[in-house]
Design a protein around this ligand. Structure first.
Ligand code: B3K
Ligand code: ZN
Length: 893
C-alpha cells in the first residue's frame, strides 16, 4: 500500500486506498524469531530472509514497526551504520539491499506496559499476543501485511517458574532446561503464514486434552490452556471443537493440517477470539463454560466462536487476504460457515431469527450512519475500525445469497475450487466470487455491487390481483441512499424468495415466463430499479410472503393489513417470516401507543394481538425457543433504527406500556406456562440439550412478563427462582427481573439480591460481568449514578475490555433511555471514558464511541448535547488514529 506515511506537513492520519494496492518489493521467505523473556522486558531477535520481488520499484525496504526499541541491526552479518537506515514512529527504512539477503534485527519491548492489548502484552500472569490486523509491528520490524507469507521458526526462553508453558504456532520441535532456572521451547510452523497469524503465549497455565481422528485417519491432539482454577470449565469448548472439526469435514471436505490444535483462554482481550495458526487465543468469555456459572446463551456463544476460529483454518489461514480491504473474504465467509454450523447443531429457525435481529437492529444502523462502508471498503484510516457488523454480518449475508442463488451442491463445488485454486495464497473477494462463477457459469458482475456499494437497499413492493386471469403481480422498486464512496447507486441483484398464502394455507402457483412447474415458493431475482413479476394460477387473492428466510439483507416495505399479518402468522411455514409478521404487528401497536401517549391519552390494547399471543402460548407444537422469541417485543434499538427521528422517551414509554399491558392481559397464561415448565425442569436433572435450553428460555420469558405485573407474589416467585436455581440461566433471569423491577416496594429485595449475587460470585470474573451489566441496564434515572459508583468497585477493572463492555458499554449502548437522558450526563460520561481510553486502548475507545455516531438521528436538543461531547473529544491532542477516524467521519457527515 503506497501511502502509509503521514502526509508531509500534516499531523492528520492518512487514508489508505484499495486502488493504491501494490505488491511489496521484497518477500520474506523465512522468519526466525528468538524471544528472551525477562521480568520487565522481552528482547526479540529476528532473522529475516529477504528476496526481491523483481518488477516492484524500491531499492531499499520499509519495515513496519511501532513502539519498539531498536537494539541492533545487521545485514548479512554486518552491522548497519546510521547512514544505512532511518527510523520514524511507524517504520524502519533501510536504504539499499541486495536481491537476496538476511536481516538480523534485535528489539526490546515492554509487555507489562502495553495496555492496547495489541502486539505482545501481559494479561494477569501470562504473556500473550494479538497480531491481527497490525499488531506484529509492535513486536519487531517486519513487512506486517497479509500478502507477505513466511515460514516461521520460533524459540522462546524464559524463567521456568514464572513461565512453565511456552507456546507458539505449529509443532513443538525442541525444548530443554538452561542455567539459572531458565528453559526454552522451539516451535516450527510448516505452513506459510502472514504475520497477523503469529502467536506466542508464555505463563503458568493448566490444560486439558482430547483427541480427534481426521477423516484420513490422522490423530490430532486438542489442548485447552486455562488458569488452574478454570479447568472445570473447558469441556464444552473441547466438545464444540470436535463437532466443528467433524462438520467441516462433512460439509466442506476440509481437514485439519497440524498435529496439535491449541486454545488459550486470556482475561484481557479486545475481541472474542483469534484464529492464530494452531494456537487460537480466546477471550475467557468465549471459551469457559459450566452450567453453574454460564448461561445457555454463553454456552451457545462458546460453541459458535470455537467453531468460527476453527473454520478460519481454511477460510482465512490456508487461503488468506491479499490486503485488509479483503477482510470480509475471510470474515463474511467464516461467519456464514459458523452460522450454518450453529443451525445444524440447534434450531435453524431460531439461529436465523437471532442473526436477522442483530443485522436489522445494529448493522442497518451502521449502514445508515456516518461509518457506513462497503463490505469491500475502498479506503480506511485505521483498519481496526473495520471489524464491523458490515464486514462480518452483512458479508455473511452476501455469501448466503451466493449459496441461495447457486444451491448447496454448486456452492460446495465453488468452495472446493476456491480452496484448491488458492491454497497457500493471499487473495481477494473477486477470487472467491470467480470460483463461484466458474463452477456455475453464472455472471456475477452485477452481484459484485453488494461488495462495492455501501448502505442498505430499500425495496418497496406493491401487489395487484386479477381474479379473472387468476394472476397476481408484484411490483418492486429498489433504492439505496447515496454514501461517500458512491453518490448514484446502481441497482443490486436482489434474490427474493416469494410464497403466497391463501385463506387455508400456502398456494401453489407458477411464475410467468418461467418453465418451472407450479410450486409453493419461487425465487425471483430483482436486477432493475423497477421490475415486476406475474404469478399465474393464483385462484384466490393471496397474502404475499416475501423475503422468506430473509433471502437478502434489505429493508422491505409492503403495506400489509393487520389481518393479513395474522394470516401469515397462522399459515406461514417459514419461521423467519412468521416471527417477522408478529414483530410487525407489535411495531404497529407500539406506534399507535406512541401517538396516544403523545396526546396524553391512555392506549388501548389490541385484543387481536392478545389473542395471538394467547394462541401461541397454547401451541404445544411450536419450538419453545422460537415461541420465546415470538413473545419478545422489538428492541428499543430496532424501534430507533426504523424511526424517522428517534424519540427515545416515546419509544421507551410505548414499548414499556405494551409489554406491561401484555403481561397483565396474559398473566394467567404466563403463570400456567411458568408452572408447567418449572415442573418439567425440576423433575429432570439439569441438562444442556436444545429441548432443555428452549424450556428454560420460555420459562424465563414467562417470568419476565409475570414480574412486569408488579404483583408482590410474582416478585416472590422470581426470588424463589433466584434462591433455588441450579444454573446461571435461571439465576441470572431471576436476578435481572428483580433488579430491573424498580418500584419502591421492591427496594429491599433488590438490594438483598444484589448483595447475595456478589457474595456468591465475586471470585468468578465472568459472572461478575453480569452483576455489573444488570445494574448498568436498570431502567431507572439512577442508573448512571450507579454505573459511576460501580466503576470504583474493587471487582471492577478500568482497563479490562470485558469489564468495560459490562459496565460502560452496557449503559451507553444498552440502557438507551437513560444514556440519552436529556440532562446530557450520559454523553459526558461516555466522552470522559473515551478520552481516558484513547491512548490506553484505542481500539476499545473507538468501539465505545458507536452510540454517539448516531447523533444526527435525535432531536435538536440531544444533537446539540452530543455534538459538544464529540467536539470535546476531537479537540484532544494526541488523538489515536482509531478515535480520530470515527470522530471525524461522525462530525463530517
Ligand atoms: N480475526 C479475529 C479478529 C481480530 C480483530 C483484530 N482487531 C477474530 C475473528 O474474527 O475470528
Ligand atoms: Zn473471524
Amino acid at each position: 500500500m503506497a501511502s502509509e506515511q503521514q502526509a508531509p506537513g500534516s499531523d492528520a492520519p492518512v487514508k489508505i486506498y484499495l486502488k493504491d494496492y501494490q505488491q511489496p518489493n521484497f518477500w520474506l521467505r523465512k522468519t526466525e524469531l528468538e524471544f528472551d523473556i525477562q521480568d520487565t522486558y522481552v528482547d526479540v531477535l529476528s532473522r529475516l530472509s529477504l528476496e526481491r520481488n523483481t518488477g516492484v520499484a524500491g531499492e531499499g525496504v520499509r519495515l513496519h514497526g511501532e513502539e519498539l526499541e531498536l537494539l541492533s541491526l545487521a545485514l548479512d552479518g554486518k552491522a548497519l551504520s546510521d547512514a544505512d537506515y532511518r527510523l520514524d514512529t511507524e517504520a524502519l527504512h533501510i536504504f539499499s539491499l541486495p536481491d537476496h539477503c538476511q536481516l538480523e534485527i534485535k528489539t526490546r519491548i515492554y509487555p507489562d506496559k502495553n495496555t492496547s492489548l495489541e502486539g505482545l502484552y501481559q494479561s494477569k500472569l501470562m504473556l500473550c499476543t494479538q497480531c491481527e490486523a497490525e499488531g506484529f509491528r509492535k513486536i519487531t520490524y517486519y513487512l506486517d501485511r497479509p500478502d507477505v507469507m513466511s515460514e516461521f521458526f520460533v524459540r522462546i526462553e524464559a524463567d521456568q517458574q514464572q513461565c512453565p508453558v511456552l507456546l507458539a504456532n505449529g509443532n513443538k520441535v525442541d525444548a530443554g532446561e538452561l542455567d539459572n532456572g531458565r528453559h526454552f521451547a522451539c516451535w516450527h510452523d510448516p505452513h506459510l503464514k502472514p504475520s497477523y497469524l503469529f502467536a506466542l503465549v508464555a505463563g503458568r497455565l493448566a490444560h486439558i486434552d482430547d483427541h480427534f481422528t481426521t477423516k484420513s485417519g490422522r490423530e490430532i491432539l486438542l489442548r485447552v490452556f486455562v488458569e488452574d482454577k478454570d479447568l472445570d470449565k473447558c469441556q464444552h469448548a473441547l466438545d464444540s471443537l470436535k463437532y466443528a472439526m467433524r462438520w467441516d469435514e462433512q460439509v466442506y471436505g476440509r481437514e485439519y493440517d497440524l498435529d496439535i490444535y491449541m486454545i488459550v483462554a486470556v482475561d484481557d482481550f479486545n475481541m472474542g477470539a483469534m484464529e492464530n495458526k494452531g494456537l487460537n487465543i480466546f477471550n475467557t468469555s468465549c471459551v469457559l463454560a459450566k452450567a453453574e456459572t454460564s448461561t445457555d446463551a454463553e454456552f451457545q456463544r462458546v460453541e459458535a466462536v470455537v467453531a468460527h476460529e476453527y473454520f478460519h483454518n481454511w477460510s482465512g489461514n490456508r487461503v488468506t487476504c491479499r490486503d485488509w480491504f479483503q477482510l470480509s473474504l475471510k470474515e463474511g465467509f467464516t461467519v456464514f460457515r459458523d452460522a450454518e454450523f450453529s443451525a445444524d447443531m440447534g434450531s435453524r429457525t431460531v439461529k436465523r431469527v437471532e442473526d436477522v435481529s442483530l443485522l436489522r437492529s445494529l448493522q442497518f444502523a451502521e449502514d445508515a450512519g456516518p461509518m457506513a462502508h462497503a463490505v469491500q471498503p475502498d479506503s480506511f484510516i485505521e483498519i481496526s475500525n473495520f471489524y464491523t457488523l458490515t464486514i462480518y454480518e452483512k458479508g455473511a449475508e452476501i455469501v448466503r445469497m451466493i449459496h441461495r442463488l447457486l444451491g448447496p451442491e454448486l456452492f460446495r463445488k465453488g468452495s472446493d475450487l476456491y480452496f484448491e485454486r488458492h491454497d497457500g495464497q493471499a487473495v481477494t473477494i473477486e477470487d472467491f466470487v470467480a470460483a463461484m462463477a466458474d463452477v456455475s457459469g453464472r455472471d456475477f458482475s452485477q452481484f459484485m455491487r453488494w461488495y462495492k456499494q455501501a448502505a442498505t437497499p430499500e425495496v418497496k413492493v406493491e401487489a395487484e390481483y386479477d381474479s379473472e386471469a387468476c394472476t397476481y403481480t408484484l411490483r418492486f422498486r429498489q433504492h439505496c441512499r447515496a454514501t461517500a464512496e458512491c453518490q448514484q447507486k446502481l441497482p443490486f441483484l436482489i434474490p427474493i424468495d416469494v410464497g403466497l398464502i391463501g385463506a387455508n394455507g400456502k398456494l401453489a402457483f407458477a411464475l410467468q415466463g418461467s418453465s418451472a412447474e407450479p410450486a409453493t415458493e419461487f425465487l425471483v431475482e430483482l436486477s432493475e430499479a423497477e421490475q415486476h413479476f406475474v404469478f399465474e394460477h393464483v385462484n384466490e387473492r393471496p397474502v404475499p410472503s416475501l423475503l422468506r428466510g430473509f433471502s437478502a439483507p434489505v429493508k422491505l416495505d409492503f403495506a400489509y393489513q393487520s389481518d393479513e399479518l395474522l394470516q401469515l402468522m397462522a399459515y406461514e411455514d417459514d419461521g423467519f417470516c412468521r416471527w417477522d409478521a408478529g414483530q410487525q404487528l407489535m411495531i404497529r401497536e407500539i406506534n399507535s401507543a406512541k401517538e396516544k401517549l403523545a396526546c396524553g391519552q391512555q392506549p388501548e390494547l389490541n385484543q387481536q394481538l392478545v389473542e395471538l399471543c394467547r394462541s401461541l402460548l397454547a401451541d404445544r407444537k411450536l419450538d419453545m425457543s422460537l415461541l420465546s422469541l415470538m413473545l419478545s417485543l422489538p428492541s428499543e434499538k430496532y424501534l430507533a433504527e426504523i424511526a424517522t427521528e428517534v424519540d427515545v422517551e416515546a419509544i421507551y414509554n410505548a414499548r414499556n406500556w405494551l409489554e406491561s399491558a401484555l403481561a397483565i392481559a396474559l398473566k394467567t397464561e404466563f403463570h400456567a406456562c411458568y408452572t408447567r415448565l418449572s415442573e418439567l425442569l425440576f423433575a429432570a436433572e439439569y441438562r444442556s440439550d436444545a429441548a432443555s435450553v428452549a424450556r428454560r428460555s420460555l420459562r424465563n420469558k414467562a417470568l419476565h412478563y409475570l414480574v412486569l405485573t408488579e404483583e408482590p407474589a410474582m416478585l416472590e416467585l422470581a426470588e424463589q427462582q433466584f434462591q433455588r436455581a441450579s444454573n446461571m440461566s435461571d439465576e441470572l433471569a431471576a436476578f435481572k427481573a428483580i433488579v430491573h423491577s424498580c418500584n419502591d416496594a421492591n427496594t429491599s429485595r433488590r438490594e438483598r439480591v444484589i448483595e447475595q449475587f456478589y457474595d456468591r460470585w465475586h471470585r468468578e470474573a465472568l459472572v461478575m460481568n453480569h452483576w455489573f451489566s444488570v445494574q448498568a441496564t436498570v431502567p431507572s434515572a439512577t442508573a448512571l449514578e450507579q454505573v459511576k459508583k460501580l466503576s470504583q468497585h474493587s471487582a471492577y477493572d478500568k482497563l479490562n475490555p470485558n469489564k468495560l463492555r459490562s459496565l460502560v458499554a452496557a449503559f451507553c449502548a444498552g440502557n438507551t433511555r437513560w444514556f440519552h437522558d436529556i440532562s446530557g450526563q450520559g454523553y459526558r460520561f461516555l466522552a470522559d471514558e473515551i478520552l481516558r481510553l484513547n491512548t490506553a486502548n484505542p481500539q476499545i475507545a473507538s468501539r465505545l464511541l458507536t452510540p454517539l455516531t448516531q447523533w444526527r438521528r435525535y432531536d435538536q436538543d440531544r444533537q446539540a448535547l452530543m455534538k459538544v461531547e464529540l467536539e470535546r473529544i476531537k479537540s484532544e491532542a494526541n488523538l489515536s488514529k482509531d478515535v480520530f477516524e470515527v470522530i471525524s467521519k461522525t462530525l463530517e457527515a
